[in-house]
Design a binder for this molecule. Sequence first.
Ligand code: ADP
Ligand code: MG
Length: 462
Amino acid sequence: MGKIKVLPENIINKISAGEVVERPASVLKELIENSIDAGAREIEIDFSRGGKDMIFVKDDGTGMDKEDAILCFERHSTSKISKYEDLFKVKSLGFRGEALSSIVSVSKVYLLTSTNGNEGTKVSIEGGKILDVEPFIHPRGTTIIVKNLFFNTPARRKFLRSDGTEKKYILKTFKNLALSFYFCSFKLKEDGKLLENYFKGEDERERFFQIYGEDLKDLISFKERKVGNLSYKLFISKEIVSYPLPSFNHIILNSRVVYERWLYNYLKDNYPKRSWCIFLNIPTEEVDVNIHPAKTEVRFKNPSKILSLFQEEEIKKFNNSPIIYVPKADESLFKVQETLQISYKTYDFIFLGQIPNTFLIFSEGRDLIILDPHSAQERIIYENLLEKNINKQFLLIPKIMEITLEEMEELKENQEILKNMNFEIEEGGLKTLKIMATPSIFKGDEPLTFLREFLRNKKIKK
Ligand code: ADP
Ligand code: MG
């Protein structure tokens, strides 16, 4: 007897779930994308325990009739393409018909939906098996509740990270999608408590600052360009920003946050040490979106054509900034040099020059040393705080600091370290910190800058 057998459908679905559903945030991504594809303009999200216990997405899209509400859970069931050629002009976010079947194969799902607000359907399904279909009153649109992700694949459930870390993935996914769809309003809740509330925006700019904070407005420059049917809008942090910016290097290609290796490297090389976010619109025929199951990676069919869009751009000049000898380097150089001499006597660096506003170049014997003064200084402060016994100073009036939800999670994870440094910090609200005491080396607003760096820049914590 032969050894080969055809796998049953439920195993096939669990395998494909491995590709589509990596963690709660990937479920959220698929559900929001379905809502957008269904024409939603208002989307409400709730989650519990980093999405492991529950993810809820409600939209005001087209909804589904009873027949579709049952069929949508079948593998390769989709309303978005019907023939092979359609693949090359996909405008919707989904098209593989795999998301819902994958999700329901590893969780318990309730689908509530209606196409008109008068009559509707509720489908309960567990591990891919439909348990119940009943009439249900629901406003026009769809609500999907996903419970106990990976309940039947314990090995995968074990791979999930802490609730806090999964929450950070949820926040990232949520923000990426909200950034792409400024014309949609988004509410994000955790256990019923409102975390973020984005109203419908006028354009990408409005949504960008809703997400990253109005206080960044002066620190970001904006460019747009249109050539034929190609266009882009680009946000770039200004060249010298001492204020630690959140990192927002994103490519949003035809409303989809994607990774495209060529464009990513191009922007990274052309805007070193700056944050950028590009909204690129090009005809769908120019892109291959079908190279990754989660559709996060795409490929341009003709990169040089896209390049032409940037060609007359001034960013060219960043391409080959030479190492210029500056006889009088900036102040940070001397601080760093001084510390290097004091703390690391063994080093015998000779200063050669500085790339304007960025790296310092030294030689040591036959070695060339390239040093980022900003990071070096951070590192020095950080190590001093950790190792030396620096006193605690109580503030007469606590300092108030606004942070993001992600930074609040970072804070929770690093509470001990900050306490050891002699910070005393209290939560003053969902996104507000009250700083009661700081290490005594800091003056004025320095502790705020340090904290912001600390919470935003994981590098310095290693
Ligand atoms: P895909 O999005 O690739 O088509 P999915 O498994 O995500 O596959 O969804 C299957 C089908 O279910 C979709 O093609 C769509 O017709 C329907 N559907 C899913 N979510 C919604 C929703 N929120 N509103 C309306 N229809 C939906
Ligand atoms: Mg989908």
